[in-house]
Ligand binder design. Structure first.
Ligand SMILES: CC(C)(COP(=O)(O)OP(=O)(O)OC[C@H]1O[C@@H](n2cnc3c(N)ncnc32)[C@H](O)[C@@H]1OP(=O)(O)O)[C@@H](O)C(=O)NCCC(=O)NCCS
Length: 163
């Protein structure tokens, strides 16, 4: 299996980012929300609607044929229509997903690290996210320097200082 490579997320990646957003919602095998139903939720749709607008940035992992296999991106949400992981205006929120067969091979971590660098280069000093408390992805985030700033019943909000 060839090593995946990363490239910057483009406007034309909107559909794939939507796929990865649905993967992130369906993080546990017990969850199988259909794409159409997932994106019918206006708060969920907010993560990709109108991609790629000013302030949006991210990375896409592609296989040897150039087919997208994972993505990590961030965007800014206004206070009046926040994401699940909103902490403050001007602090972007991150989303991460890797296609099923490509998981547990280091791609998620590589994407995450690349987007943290990208966010810092773009002048951000903090970045946030929301993750279900039972999702092992939370351990990945802690290992990459995120700290919990808010706990809800089933989920938590984490922030990473970009220095
Ligand atoms: C979470 C996700 C993005 C991680 O990407 P990945 O490429 O599979 O992860 P990596 O291979 O980079 O591994 C990252 C860490 O997670 C661990 N991990 C990977 N798969 C795991 C699994 N099935 N169970 C427990 N830990 C696992 C790895 O061991 C690694 O930690 P370690 O090396 O310190 O042990 C990916 O699994 C995914 O898309 N999951 C569904 C969507 C999702 O949950 N997104 C996040 C929503 S907040």
């Amino acid at each position: 299996m060839a090593t995946p490579r990363l490239r910057k997320a483009a406007r034309t990646d909107a559909r794939f980012l939507g796929d990865m957003l649905v993967e992130a919602l369906n993080w546990a095998p017990s969850r199988s929300i259909a794409r159409v139903d997932a994106l019918a939720d206006p708060v969920v749709a907010r993560y990709i609607e109108g991609w790629k607008r000013p302030g949006d940035a991210g990375m896409v992992a592609v296989d040897a044929a150039g087919t997208p296999i994972g993505a990590c991106w961030y965007r800014l949400f206004p206070e009046h229509s926040p994401g699940f992981g909103f902490v403050a205006p001007g602090v972007p929120e991150l989303t991460l997903g890797v296609a099923g067969v490509w998981r547990a091979q280091g791609i998620g971590r590589e994407l995450l690290r690349a987007v943290l660098v990208q966010a810092r280069r773009n002048g951000h000093t903090r970045i946030s996210l929301s993750v279900d408390r039972a999702n092992f992805a939370a351990k990945l985030y802690v290992a990459e320097g995120f700290v919990v700033v808010r706990r809800n019943e089933n989920s938590m909000v984490m922030v990473r200082i970009l220095s």
